[in-house]
Design a protein around this ligand. Structure first.
Ligand code: COA
Length: 334
């Protein structure tokens, strides 16, 4: 417990991707589509997949044997983040695994990940679909405020297992990945300056996948329309609560759903493209993993300096949404 310390900071980050690249040209072998159509509509050129028609099963007895695919990706990203911070899982109070593609119904995927990382502090999954990571970050800051010292927030997905690879209306959107951030208690003020979360459960039918069903079903145009409106409203609330404006934001990190949605949101918020983080071209929509992937890419490219304000905003099936204004502090001196 970090007695008397109320500040929190992201002090380490890392990502993990499956090896298999699936290009739009690969997708063209599955149904009638084109690279040009997918790029124009979504900005996506390729994605990574751990499962599906382009992945051959790993030989039995592989080193990670027995572990599910979401857990494997989560473990890789989380262990790199810990290693970069010079820490082990024993020093983590809580693991929050944000995922909409858990490996099993029971137990939570966070349990095998915690085991692999030697985390005994506590572990749970958060399923808020593509808004999952924003929910996780806000939850982490809350736990730090309540006295936890270190919370590991991981967004990890194997959407390739719940994609209907023959559905030409959405199969080209999704990818697999994991991204992890370490949130630590630090002296001083909190880095979470303003936040907002929400849900409209009357919109379940817009995007869903049933147990034992054929995979993801989506009403694309309706999702598009509502996602833009809801995310702009949520991000505006977070900015207002943080008492800052769009011009104060050094980096906007939206959920990487689709480049057209991302730029429509940024434009309505008044944040220029050069201050928006994007990895969509290479990863597709990786749901809970997409925000930490885009954050890590921007941080690794030197696009953030301590003191910068970052605006996170996600939306997803449910529909859920979440946003946060966060003060960037930089990597932990390990
Ligand atoms: N390849 C080529 N053409 C396709 C196609 C494909 N994979 N899928 C559909 N089409 C065709 C349709 O048949 C239709 O043809 P028609 O005009 O001759 O009837 C045309 O493209 C337009 O179809 P539509 O469904 O209106 O496409 P769209 O412009 O809405 O684009 C999405 C589809 C999915 C790219 C878009 O709706 C979208 O991005 N939605 C948001 C999805 C999202 O981000 N979800 C995740 C939220 S977390």
């Amino acid at each position: 417990m970090a007695n008397g310390i109320t500040g929190c900071a992201i002090t380490s980050w890392a990502t993990a991707l499956p090896e298999q690249i699936v290009t739009n040209f690969d997708i063209m072998t599955l149904f009638d589509t084109s690279d040009q159509w997918i790029v124009e509509r979504t900005g996506i050129r390729q994605r990574r997949a751990a499962d599906g028609p382009f992945v051959h099963p790993a030989p039995s007895g592989s080193p990670e044997g027995g572990m599910g695919t979401t857990a494997k990706l989560a473990t890789r990203a989380a262990s790199s983040a810990l290693e970069k911070a010079g820490l082990t899982g024993r020093e983590v109070d809580l693991l929050l695994l944000c995922t909409t593609s858990s490996d099993q119904l029971v137990p939570a995927t966070s349990s095998p990940v915690a085991h692999a990382l030697s985390i005994r502090g506590g572990a749970m999954d958060i399923n808020a679909a593509c808004a999952g990571f924003t929910y996780g970050l806000i939850t982490a800051a809350s736990f730090i405020g309540a006295g936890a010292e270190r919370v590991l927030v991981v967004g990890a997905e194997t959407l390739s297992r719940i994609t209907n690879w023959h559905d030409r209306t959405n199969a080209f959107l999704f990818g697999d990945a994991a991204g992890a951030v370490l949130v630590e208690a630090v002296p001083g003020d909190t880095s979470l300056l303003g936040w907002d979360i929400g849900v409209d459960g009357s919109l379940v039918e817009l995007c869903y996948a049933d147990h034992g069903g054929t995979g993801m079903a989506m009403r694309g145009q309706e999702v598009f329309r509502r996602a833009v409106r809801i995310t702009v409203e949520s991000a505006s609330k977070s900015l207002e609560r943080a008492k800052v404006g769009p011009s104060d934001i050094a980096l906007f990190v939206p959920h990487q759903a689709n480049s057209r949605i991302m730029s429509a949101i940024a434009e309505r918020l008044g944040i220029p493209g050069e201050r928006t983080a994007s990895v969509i071209e290479e990863t597709g929509n990786t749901s809970s993993a997409s925000i930490p992937l885009a954050l890590a890419a921007a941080a690794d490219a030197g696009r953030l300096t301590p003191g910068d304000l970052v605006l996170f905003a996600g939306f997803g099936a449910g529909m859920t949404w979440g946003s946060a204004v966060w003060r960037w502090t930089g990597a932990r001196a390990s």
